[in-house]
Design a protein around this ligand. Structure first.
Ligand SMILES: NC(=O)C1=CN([C@@H]2O[C@H](COP(=O)(O)OP(=O)(O)OC[C@H]3O[C@@H](n4cnc5c(N)ncnc54)[C@H](OP(=O)(O)O)[C@@H]3O)[C@@H](O)[C@H]2O)C=CC1
Ligand SMILES: CC(=O)[C@](C)(O)C(=O)O
Length: 330
């Protein structure tokens, strides 16, 4: 039976009186910082001058340059874009990462693929909520917690595990439970999931369904409702109680279609391609491509992003969401 850690085994005490520097104030940074503060911990923010700096100050945080924040902190949580962490670490964090500090992440990419190599006299860990940043905050405020993972790469102080669990408590993850993993496992599974299932896989599935219906002459609005809007509702049921909960709730007609047609859409070829994608992650091919893409200023990324923004489903969806006021609640 897998071991989940909860608040009673993830006491905040070891972080009480310590200074936590959250480096970055975006999707994860703003939510983790606010949750930590609401958990009674001392949090400062490390940023560059710009929009996030203004937002973090407006949210009541002491904001410093990355270097200053690192100097002042006992625990440094790097929540910068993955592709920028290596350079910022080398130039603004490493010079001030002195003995006994904790270096932490919410994704293992830069440690696992060797973009960041920490000194031997600091703790190195990851504490990763398994969910989008804005939900990490929303669920915490509602009294819950997005569950998470933690991994210890280096335990220089002998307290790394206790510190990681305390941090997981501080961001609310221990309210639902945290699982122990490794940097390799978190990095490879997270990259695979977001590429082949959650973001990449789901976006292409939704667009393919939408395009099939629209090209057959059905109203784009109907296609949007069927292929995107309702997907969230179906996935909510899976989230609540697994595939069986979803199948319990849908009609037998839908369930027969599920059983008979689903495996014609996701075929053995699909599974073969998934295995290929995973191998490209494990071999570092994806990491190398992503690092080089950023060094070249994202020519492929930007071209596809422009195409995606222009997709008909985006226009149709925006119009319909604007017409459904209940959806506009933040
Ligand atoms: N998004 C998510 O839900 C999840 C993300 N993660 C991980 O969390 C980490 C952060 O991702 P995410 O929150 O999405 O990142 P975002 O892109 O949302 O936020 C990045 C933040 O870093 C700041 N920043 C960017 N460049 C610099 C710089 N050179 N110096 C100082 N600050 C800078 C940005 O500020 P500015 O306004 O100046 O650009 C912004 O505040 C990543 O490792 C990611 O893999 C893990 C789980 C889920
Ligand atoms: C939300 C999440 O965990 C992702 C999709 O892996 C990410 O945004 O990095």
């Amino acid at each position: 039976m897998v071991k989940m850690y909860y608040e009673n085994e993830a006491k905040l005490d070891i972080l009480k009186g310590k200074t936590i520097a959250v480096i970055g104030y975006g999707s994860q940074g703003h939510s983790q910082a606010q949750n930590l503060r609401d958990s009674g911990l001392k949090v400062i923010i490390g940023l560059r001058q710009g929009k996030s700096w203004e937002v973090a100050e407006a949210d009541g945080f002491e904001v410093y340059s990355v270097g200053e924040a690192t100097q002042k902190a006992d625990f440094i949580q790097i929540l910068l874009p993955d592709e920028r962490q290596g350079k910022v670490y080398a130039e603004e964090i490493a010079p001030y990462l002195t003995e006994g500090k904790t270096l932490s992440f919410s994704h293992g990419f830069n440690i696992h693929f060797g973009q960041i190599v920490a000194p031997k006299n600091v703790d190195v860990m990851l504490v990763a909520p398994k969910g989008p940043g804005h939900l990490v905050r929303r669920v915490y405020v509602e009294g819950g917690g997005v569950p998470g993972l933690f991994a210890i790469q280096q335990d220089a102080t002998g307290n790394a595990r206790e510190i990681a669990l305390a941090y997981a408590n501080g961001i609310g993850a221990a309210r639902s439970g945290v699982l122990e993993t490794s940097f390799r496992e978190e990095t490879e599974t997270d990259l695979f999931g977001e590429q082949a299932v959650l973001c990449g896989g789901a976006s292409e599935l939704v667009k393919a369904g939408f395009e099939t219906l629209v090209e057959a002459g059905y109203q784009p609005e109907i296609a949007y409702f069927e292929c995107l809007h309702e997907l969230k509702l179906i996935v909510d049921l899976m989230y609540e109680g697994g595939l069986s909960r979803m199948r319990y709730s849908i009609s037998d007609t839908a369930q027969y279609g599920d059983f008979m047609i689903g495996r014609r859409i996701i075929t053995d070829e699909t599974r073969k391609e998934m295995k290929k994608v995973l191998k490209e992650i494990q071999d570092g091919e994806f990491a190398r491509n992503w690092i080089l893409e950023n060094q070249a200023n994202r020519p492929v990324f930007n071209a596809i992003a422009r195409q995606e923004e222009e997709h008909q489903i985006e226009k149709v969806g925006a119009e319909l969401r604007g017409m459904m006021s209940w959806l506009n609640k933040k």
